[in-house]
Design a protein. Structure first.
Length: 242
């Protein structure tokens, strides 16, 4: 019964808007209040009675909701001074990173691409693929990982926590090696340049339990082997998302 009342209100609201075009042009928009506490701003573009409500958000994404999810719908002035930054739909994030003095033998330079989805305005999940140039001329590595992020509040500047976990393939030059577990976690900040493009800065701690060995030769020609294990380092990353 409640869902029918909600849908009836939506239909009346849309019908009334047809007779109030001039008022809508002054900046009114539809606001959906959900039972879980979320609030979404946009324009209702389609209603299927007792089935679905289709909404176009300020950033152009289109979402479909069930009337059962919604507590109420209102018409409110559009907050032009405080735009709604993109925290719904797809997430595409591209990082450049630097890990200084890894195990005391040099620095790692890396690039990663992360593609995922905001499952809630304050949580995103994604899959990631990266490329790392390993220290001391050892070669390279390719991490494949799951990425989880939580955003501490909404706004143009948003602090966040992140955690990556997966497997790292190792491609070394002049050495034997085996890949293994890849983890990176830490905190950062997301800064929106407009309501859909954002810049990211992150500080984390990277753990790669990777074994590798390199054959060195002394002045007399006799080889000796140096082993390194568990490559760990602070990681610094900057990125952009769309």
């Amino acid at each position: 019964m409640k869902s029918f009342v909600i849908v009836f209100f939506i239909i009346c609201s849309i019908g009334a808007s047809a007779f109030a075009q001039e008022k809508n042009q002054d900046g009114l928009e539809d606001v959906l209040y959900f039972k879980n506490g979320n609030v979404i701003h946009g324009t209702i573009i389609e209603v299927v009675i007792n089935t679905s409500i289709k909404l176009r958000t300020r950033d152009g994404d289109i979402h479909v909701y069930s009337p059962e999810e919604i507590e109420k719908i209102t018409k409110e002035p559009r907050e032009t001074d405080h735009p709604e930054y993109k925290q719904t739909g797809m997430l595409g994030l591209y990082h450049f990173g630097f890990s200084p003095n890894t195990n005391g033998i040099g620095s790692i330079i890396d690039f990663s691409a992360i593609e995922g989805y905001y499952i809630e305005p304050d949580v995103s999940v994604a899959g990631g693929l990266g490329y790392e140039s390993l220290p001391d001329g050892l070669g390279s590595a390719v991490p494949i990982f799951f990425d989880w992020r939580t955003y501490l509040f909404k706004g143009q500047i948003t602090p966040l926590l992140f955690f990556d976990m997966g497997y790292e393939l190792v491609l070394l030059s002049g050495a034997s090696a085996s890949g293994g577990l890849y983890m990176n976690g830490g905190a950062g900040v997301r800064v929106f340049g407009n309501n859909s493009v954002a810049f990211w800065m992150e500080l984390g701690y990277q753990y790669q339990p990777m074994k590798y060995s390199v054959n060195y030769y002394s002045s007399g020609g006799a080889p000796f082997i140096t082993d390194y294990q568990n490559m760990t380092s602070v990681s610094l990353r900057a990125g952009i998302s769309f």
